[in-house]
Design a protein around this ligand. Structure first.
Ligand code: K7E
Ligand code: CUA
Ligand code: CA
Length: 645
C-alpha cells in the first residue's frame, strides 16, 4: 500500500448510503486515494451505523452454527497472502482447521527443514532454502466434469512467480514450479477440462497470469527501455508441473478465468498502457480482458511457431495485438473493458466471464460464445462480446455466483456486497428500461476484496453461503496492537435478500478462497510407507551406517519411543537422519527436535522424513519428540553423542 495522507476526504463512505454510481461514471483521484489503502481511514472512521444484517430475514434461514462434535459442510481453501501459506477454514463455522506451509518455512512441521521439503522448495548451493518468502493470493482446485474433484489445489506466489500444488488427499504441498520469464505472477486458474482431448474431461493445465512486464531476457542487458518490456501468460501441466508454453501479450495480466469447455482462458488487464508508474497505468479510459484461444496456441506450439527467450527452454508464442490482428489466425482477443478492471470470474452456467470495474462503478459481462465468434470471423469488434455493463457501485473487485443466475460483487469503496441478476443486466444493456438489475446490497465490515460462494465457479454452484473477504476489521475484534486481523463475513444467500450471518477474524492476509463441498475432498490420515524408498519398515531396523565422514541414521518411532536411545557420531560428520514413523494410528504424529542444531520436524503415521546436518558441536544433545503423542511423550527422547574430533 502506498503512503497517502489519511485526511483526504474520499467519496468512500461505508455503504451506509446508497451508492449513486450515475454521478461518477469513472472515479477521480480522490477515490484512488481511497483505493490505495492509507486513505481508507477517512472512510473507516466515519462508519459505525447499524448494518443491514437483520434486513430481509426469511423464515427459512441457513444456520451457520456448527455444534460441538459436528463437522462443517464446506472446506474453505484460503490463501494466506504474504504469510506464504494456505489455510483451511471450515464453512460456515469460520473455524480455522489447518495451515498448510507452502512457500513459508515452518518450524512446527519442519517445512523448509526436511530434505523432502527442501527439494520441493529448492535450495541454494549452500543447502539453504532458496526463497523464504512467498505471497499467496489465489487458491483453485482441480476439476472433473466442471466441478471440483478434490485431487489438487494450486496457489500462486506473486513474489517469486512460483506455482505450488497441494495434494488433496494429504493437504500437503507436493510440488512447486518457478515460472521463467515473468514477475508478479498473480492470477491462476486450472482449465476445467482438457480442450484438445475431449475424452479427458478434467483439468490438465494450470494457467498463470503475470502482472509485471519486464525486459526479455531480464539479464541486465536492456533495463532502461520500458517500452520493450512485456508480460507472458504461462501454461503449466497439472500433473508434471512443467511449464508447457508461454504466450506474450501486450499490457499486463491480473486475475485468470477459464471456460467450462476448455476452449478459452482470460485475464483482466489493468495496465494495457504498459505504464511503469501509477499515473501512466490509469491514463487510458479502457483497458481489456485478454482471451487466449487454447487450441490455437497449442497448435502453434506443435507446429513450431514459437520463439524462445534466452536462458529458457519454454516455447513462447506471440499473442500481441499486432500478431492477433487477423481473427482467423489470432491466438488472443482483447475485449475492451472500462479502465483498470480487477478480477475476472466465470459464471457457473458456462456462458459469461465477468470483469469488475475497480475504477469504474461497473461490471462487464462478456459472452464467451461471442468471443469464439470473433475468433471465427463472425464478430467484427471484440467490444461487441460485451453483453452487459451495469453500474453497481464504487470499487467493484470480485464476483461470485449462486447458480440461479445471480452474481454477487464486492464493492471495495462502498464496503458492500451487491447482488445483481445477469439476465436482467443483459436486458438493460439491450435497452430494456424495466429490467431490475441490482436486487440487494449488504454492508460488510470493511472494504471487501474477494468474495466467493459455495461451489461458485463450478457447475454445482449451490447458492447457500457467500463469504466476503474484508481487508479491514477495524473495530470488530479486541484490539491487538497496530495490526488488526482481516474479517471474513459469512452471508446467507439462500433467500431473496442476503443476510449477514456470522464473522470470523483471519490473520493476515488472505486474498482469495474457494468454498468446496466436503464430499469433494477425500483426505487420508495415514501415509503409505511404499511412497518412501528410504523407509525403515520395522521397529528393529533402526541403525547407524557410516560411510567415511557421512553418517546415515535410520530411525523409527513408535509411541512412546524412538528406535534408538543413543546416536553416536564424530564432530564434523555429515549426518543424515531418516525418521520413519511406524505408528499406524490416525493422528499419531511424532516430532523430532535436536537442541542447538536447530532441528525440528514432524513425521505422520507411516511417513518417512529426513534431515541432514553437520555435527559441528561436540557434546550430548537430547533429541526428543516435540509433538504430543502419548502419556509418555515427555519420556520419548534419546541422546545424540557428538564425540570430539
Ligand atoms: Cu485476487 Cu487481492 Cu491478489 Cu483482488 S487480488 S482483492
Ligand atoms: Cu512422540 Cu510425542
Ligand atoms: Ca489502465
Amino acid at each position: 500500500m502506498t503512503t497517502q495522507p489519511s485526511n483526504i476526504p474520499g467519496p468512500t463512505g461505508n455503504g451506509t448510503e446508497p451508492a449513486q454510481p450515475d454521478r461518477r461514471r469513472f472515479l477521480g483521484t480522490a477515490t484512488l486515494v481511497g483505493l490505495s489503502g492509507a486513505g481508507l481511514s477517512a472512510g473507516l472512521v466515519a462508519c459505525g451505523k447499524e448494518t443491514a444484517e437483520t434486513a430481509g430475514a426469511a423464515a427459512e434461514q441457513l444456520s451457520h452454527e456448527v455444534a460441538p462434535g459436528q463437522l462443517d459442510e464446506y472446506y474453505g481453501m484460503y490463501s494466506g497472502g504474504h504469510s506464504g501459506e494456505v489455510r483451511i477454514v471450515g464453512v460456515p463455522s469460520g473455524r480455522e482447521i489447518k495451515r498448510i506451509p507452502v512457500f513459508n518455512p515452518d518450524p512446527m512441521s519442519g517445512w523448509g527443514q526436511t530434505n523432502e521439503s527442501k527439494q520441493i522448495l529448492g535450495t541454494r548451493p549452500d543447502g539453504r532454502v532458496r526463497y523464504t518468502t512467498g505471497d499467496t493470493h489465489h487458491v483453485h482446485g482441480s476439476y472433473s466434469d466442471g466441478t471440483y474433484d478434490g485431487k489438487y489445489f494450486w496457489v500462486n506466489d506473486k513474489i517469486h512467480s512460483r506455482l505450488a500444488r497441494i495434494r488433496g488427499d494429504t493437504m500437503e504441498c507436493d510440488a512447486i514450479t518457478e515460472l521463467p520469464n515473468v514477475q508478479g505472477f498473480h492470477g491462476v486458474f486450472p482449465d476445467k477440462r482438457d480442450p484438445v482431448d475431449p475424452a479427458l474431461n478434467r483439468t490438465s493445465r494450470v494457467f498463470c497470469g503475470s502482472e509485471f512486464h519486464i525486459p526479455q531476457p531480464n539479464d541486465g542487458s536492456n533495463m532502461e527501455d520500458a517500452s520493450a518490456y512485456y508480460a507472458l501468460f504461462t501454461c503449466v501441466d497439472s500433473e508434471t508441473m512443467r511449464v508447457r508454453w508461454q504466450c506474450r501479450v501486450d499490457g499486463n495480466m491480473d486475475l485468470v478465468a477459464t471456460s467450462f469447455d476448455g476452449k478459452l482462458a482470460a485475464s483482466n488487464q489493468y495496465n494495457t498502457e504498459g505504464g511503469t508508474v501509477f499515473a501512466q497505468m490509469m491514463s487510458a479510459e479502457r483497458d481489456a480482458c485478454v482471451f487466449f484461444n487454447i487450441e490455437r496456441i497449442e497448435q502453434a506450439v506443435r507446429d513450431g511457431r514459437f520463439t524462445k527467450i534466452k536462458g529458457s527452454d519454454v516455447p513462447v508464442v506471440d499473442g500481441t495485438r499486432a500478431a492477433s490482428a487477423d481473427p482467423a489466425t489470432a491466438l488472443t482477443c482483447y475485449v475492451p473493458v472500462p479502465k483498470n478492471p480487477h478480477g475476472v470470474n466465470a459464471s457457473p452456467d458456462g456462458l459469461y466471464f465477468i470483469c469488475a470495474g475497480k475504477l469504474s462503478p461497473t461490471v462487464t459481462v462478456i459472452e464467451l460464445s461471442r468471443v469464439l465468434d470473433w475468433f471465427g470471423g463472425k464478430l467484427a469488434d471484440p467490444r461487441d462480446a460485451v453483453v452487459a455493463e451495469p453500474e453497481i457501485g464504487l470499487g467493484p473487485l470480485h464476483t461470485a455466483f449462486d447458480g440461479r443466475g445471480n452474481a454477487y460483487t464486492t464493492l471495495f469503496l462502498d464496503s458492500q456486497v451487491v447482488k445483481w441478476n445477469i439476465a436482467a443486466a443483459i436486458k438493460a444493456f439491450g435497452g430494456d428500461q424495466t429490467a431490475t438489475v441490482v436486487l440487494d446490497r449488504v454492508d460488510v465490515h470493511y472494504q471487501p476484496g474477494h468474495t466467493n460462494a459455495s461451489m461458485s465457479e463450478t457447475r454445482e454452484a449451490d447458492g447457500k453461503w457467500l463469504v466476503s473477504g474484508n481487508k479491514f476489521s477495524k473495530d470488530r475484534y479486541l484490539p491487538v496492537g497496530p495490526l488488526h486481523p482481516e474479517n471474513e463475513q459469512l452471508i446467507d444467500i439462500s433467500g431473496e435478500k442476503m443476510r449477514l450471518a456470522h464473522e470470523a477474524p483471519v490473520w493476515s492476509e488472505p486474498h482469495d478462497f474457494i468454498i468446496v463441498r466436503r464430499d469433494k475432498v477425500r483426505t487420508r490420515q495415514i501415509y503409505d510407507l511404499a511412497e518412501f524408498p528410504d523407509a525403515t519398515t520395522d521397529m528393529t531396523g533402526s541403525k547407524i551406517v557410516r560411510d567415511g565422514r557421512r553418517v546415515t541414521v535410520h530411525l523409527t518411532s513408535v509411541a512412546p519411543s524412538f528406535g534408538l536411545t543413543e546416536i553416536r557420531v564424530r564432530q564434523g560428520d555429515e549426518v543424515t537422519l531418516i525418521l520413519t514413523n511406524l505408528d499406524k494410528i490416525e493422528d499419531l504424529t511424532h516430532g523430532l527436535a535436536i537442541p542447538k542444531y536447530d532441528i525440528n520436524f514432524i513425521v505422520h503415521p507411516q511417513q518417512t522424513r529426513s534431515v541432514t546436518f553437520t555435527a559441528d558441536l561436540p557434546g550430548v544433545y537430547w533429541y526428543y519428540c516435540t509433538h504430543f503423542c502419548h502419556a509418555l511423550h515427555l519420556e520419548m527422547r534419546g541422546r545424540l553423542f557428538v564425540e570430539r574430533a
